[in-house]
Design a protein around this ligand. Sequence first.
Ligand code: CU
Length: 174
Amino acid sequence: MKILKTVFTLFVSVILFTSCGGESKKEKNQEKNEANTNLTSDNNKPEKDDNLSRVVITANDAMKFNKEEVYVKAGTRVKLILRHIGKMDVNIMGHNVVILKKGVDVADFAARAATEKENDYLPEGTQDVIAHTKMIGGGQITTVEFDAPSVGTYDFICSFPAHYALMNGKFIVE
Ligand code: CU
């Protein structure tokens, strides 16, 4: 009888333990999601500023951005941070973020950019770009600051040769 009781207690504590574990994991994921979507969150108190929209985008060795859409507020200064979380060299798997003006043909722009290695893969003297980061390789981070353009939806891409088809998204000013 005593053994049965012990087994039962063990059983109950295992259930309690596992369910608690599951819940805290869920909470963590939720926190993570909030941090990702709330671009002007309080997570970074020193940079909390109503006039600043802070955007963090990561890119990896699988040629992907972590976001397909980013949101900023109209009339704010945008601080866009690009983190390359891969390991590959900038010459093989370089990434940048280029935000294009409205009406620019993305495929055409990417084709012109692809031949401009000497110019960080941007067409020299281009008027098609609202803002862009530097081209970076694995483990690197880069930041660009600019004034948010007027309310609307803009395309952003990585302009490294052949990347834009997989590496593109919408930069939304609201
Ligand atoms: Cu890229």
